[in-house]
Design a protein around this ligand. Structure first.
Ligand SMILES: NC(=O)C1=CN([C@@H]2O[C@H](COP(=O)(O)OP(=O)(O)OC[C@H]3O[C@@H](n4cnc5c(N)ncnc54)[C@H](OP(=O)(O)O)[C@@H]3O)[C@@H](O)[C@H]2O)C=CC1
Ligand SMILES: N[C@@H](CCO)C(=O)O
Length: 436
């Protein structure tokens, strides 16, 4: 043990969840004990652990830690100072054990975005009323220290907008679709084989996991209560190789993009596929990497890029919160006291933007006129339009339209009118073109 670290009592951890992230934390605590003690000014120790299966070989020696079958019992142990929740799930044992720890005034560190997106406000209030801290750096964008950047580095800024790619699985699928020409389904299967998918894959490809993260970022950025239900969500399941190729043709990439900003109408939160310029940092983000772009009124734009998942990166973020607690840095959960967070008016109709519209039309005279008049009647003006040849099927006319900036509601009105004219072979695909 390094000198000068004996004066303060060790910080004693109880870790519930010994999977990818839990074992990553155990690895760091075991392998970097001296470094952590020097940096924290006190030793950081694990005293007890919990998971579903006691007998499982986990690759690291955990025989020196007390075992609890019940995570709630672990959270309540007298010898646990910090309860580290790494089980996952928005309810069940993760919620029960977190609540139990906080009610006893014990600090909690978690990587669980689902838990916080659904119960963050109530848990933060419980923490603060019991003099405990609840921290979640690892829950958003894995190894990227985005919460620290927002709450500490940018503490002197009014945040104007947060945008980013926050789900590595979706970015992997979209960039591999472009690079290899493989379809969505084949790449979904590849992600399953590589172990990239959440236990419920719909959380990834449906945009829900990334939506959880966005709702937490919005709360910290704008001082608002977490409101996941108000996030406009759309997944990547309907994106085709054709969309990706057409987007590339026009100088864009398709990303599952999160955007949150406070407008004069209220709080906008969107996690939807968007087109971004292929030369922008977001456009150039390949594979399972995450990127979060923070915009502050003093600092301008900051771009953070890094691993959004995986053992080392996620455990690194968990340790950041643990080390703050070890150093007696006791920050609020969402960057300001939970009872001062406001309930922002949700804006469900996003700020107007240009849209990419892909249509499969019946190839016969007059169909284009019907499409353009549907757009015109809804007040949507066309910026560019292109019809693609289709050698193998003479009855189908694929048409691509880029609109001028328009409200989404107007575009939906136009699409509804088009559907009513029977000129479409399949439902139109509309993708927002985001200014980044
Ligand atoms: N993996 C990643 O890259 C990232 C994960 N996260 C978040 O971190 C958390 C953990 O994820 P990850 O490590 O990947 O998950 P894993 O599935 O790898 O591990 C989950 C662990 O929790 C234990 N567990 C599950 N349910 C219970 C229960 N009812 N009672 C006791 N223990 C239970 C499991 O036990 P057993 O091993 O015995 O089955 C397992 O050890 C989640 O909230 C996740 O969203 C956040 C960012 C990135
Ligand atoms: N399933 C998530 C893991 C990290 O939260 C992702 O793909 O980004």
């Amino acid at each position: 043990m390094p000198a000068n670290t004996h004066a303060k009592a060790p910080l004693r951890l109880g870790i519930a969840g010994l999977g990818t992230v839990g074992m990553g934390v155990i690895k760091i605590v075991q392998e970097k004990a001296d470094l952590l003690a020097l940096r924290a000014g006190r030793p950081v120790e694990i005293v007890a652990v919990s998971a579903r299966s006691k007998g499982k070989d986990r690759g690291y020696d955990i025989s020196g830690y007390a075992w609890e079958d019940d995570p709630v019992k672990l959270a309540q142990r007298d010898d646990v100072d910090v309860f580290v929740e790494l089980m996952g799930g928005s309810d069940g044992p993760a919620k029960a054990a977190t609540q139990a720890a906080l009610e006893l005034g014990k600090d909690v560190v978690t990587a669980n975005k689902a838990l916080l997106a659904h119960h963050g406000q109530a848990l933060a209030e419980t923490a603060e009323s019991h003099g405990a801290v609840l921290r979640f750096e690892a829950a958003v964008a894995g190894g990227i220290p985005v919460m620290k950047a927002l709450t500490e580095g940018l503490a002197g800024n009014g945040i104007t907008r947060v945008i980013g790619v926050m789900n590595g699985t979706c970015n992997y699928i979209l960039t591999r679709m472009e690079a290899t020409g493989q379809g969505y389904n084949a790449l979904f299967d590849e992600c399953a084989r590589l172990g990239y998918l959440e236990a419920d894959p719909q959380l990834d490809v449906g945009g829900i996991d990334a939506g959880h993260k966005l709702s937490l970022l919005a709360s910290v950025a704008f001082g608002t209560k977490v409101n996941f239900d108000a996030v406009e969500l759309e997944g990547i399941e309907r994106i085709t190789n054709q969309d990706i190729a057409h987007a590339a043709d026009m100088g864009y990439k398709i990303k599952l993009l999160g955007v949150t900003q406070m407008t004069d109408r209220g709080l906008e939160q969107r996690m939807t596929p968007c087109l971004v310029p292929d030369t922008s940092p977001l456009g150039q983000l390949d594979g399972g990497t995450n990127m979060v772009v923070l915009e502050g009124d003093e600092v301008g734009q900051i771009v953070l890029r890094g691993a959004g998942a995986g053992m080392g990166p996620t455990a690194s973020a968990v340790m950041s919160d643990i080390m703050d607690i070890a150093r007696d840095i006791r920050l609020t959960t969402f960057g300001q006291p939970a009872n001062t967070l406001i309930a922002a008016t949700p804006v469900m109709d996003a700020t107007p933007a240009p849209y990419y519209l892909r249509l499969e039309l019946i190839d016969k005279p007059g169909v284009l006129a019907k499409v353009t008049s549907a757009l015109g009647d809804a007040g949507v003006s066309i910026d560019r339009m292109r019809q693609y040849g289709q050698d193998d099927d003479a009855d189908v006319a694929p048409v691509l339209i880029v609109t001028d900036p328009a409200p989404r509601a107007a575009l939906d009105e136009a699409i509804e009118a088009m559907v009513g004219t029977d000129v479409l072979i399949s439902p139109p695909v509309a993708i927002r073109i985001e200014k980044v």
